[in-house]
Design a protein around this ligand. Sequence first.
Ligand code: URA
Length: 250
Amino acid sequence: MRLDKFLVDCGVGSRSQVKTFLKKKQVTVNGQVETSPKTQIDENQDQIAFQGQALTHETFVYYLLNKPQGVISATEDARHKTVLDLLDDTARHKQVFPVGRLDIDTHGLLLLTNNGDLAHAMLSPKKHVDKIYQAKVDGIMDQEDILAFEKGIELKDHTCQPAKLEIVSVDRAVGTSLVQITIAEGKFHQVKRMVAACGKEVTELQRLSMGPLSLPNDLEVGAWRRLTEEELEALTAVSYTHLRAHETAA
Ligand code: URA
């Protein structure tokens, strides 16, 4: 591939910025300064460095964000800060997008990638990727609610698949509950609406996990990191199974 495309793909800068960096002799290929954007390189063999730092070519990138409240799960918004504003230039350059949405007032685990196939697999209802949420609830959730979740909550426009409700604690004095809810679907405001169907109200919602990914304890609200190799392998296993199942069905 062309050297300038490789550098742009790596998030070094725009095509014109990259041209300038090349002119300023800030790029080396196998230890030799290279100044022409048109130079052909083999991204799997050649060692490319920018300002002395080795670069690796990645087509797909994967970010795990601890989404804060008040930020929109979208790539652009006229009024609010988006999750993309919290990531780095590479993420924006590579056009990552959130894999599914969290409401503006929900916080917790959000995966972002530019790998459309993987995102599609993770979101496919056929795939049954479990999402675990922790909710603070106004009201006392009880055994009856657990059974209703197991049976499949009826919403106005949708009958939910069986879901798991675990009661972590209740505070009878103030009439609140802390619960964990596992759902495989991702309908609009689903958790809030399921709890509302039981006559109670979610006052705070946090996503703890999505499929094989869990919110790391040491990832502060608003902070992100790239997926580890192990996480990516686990995720790819989920999507690969999905794609294979699809192929078989086709
Ligand atoms: N369910 C909701 O109600 N809100 C979210 O953000 C995610 C799941």
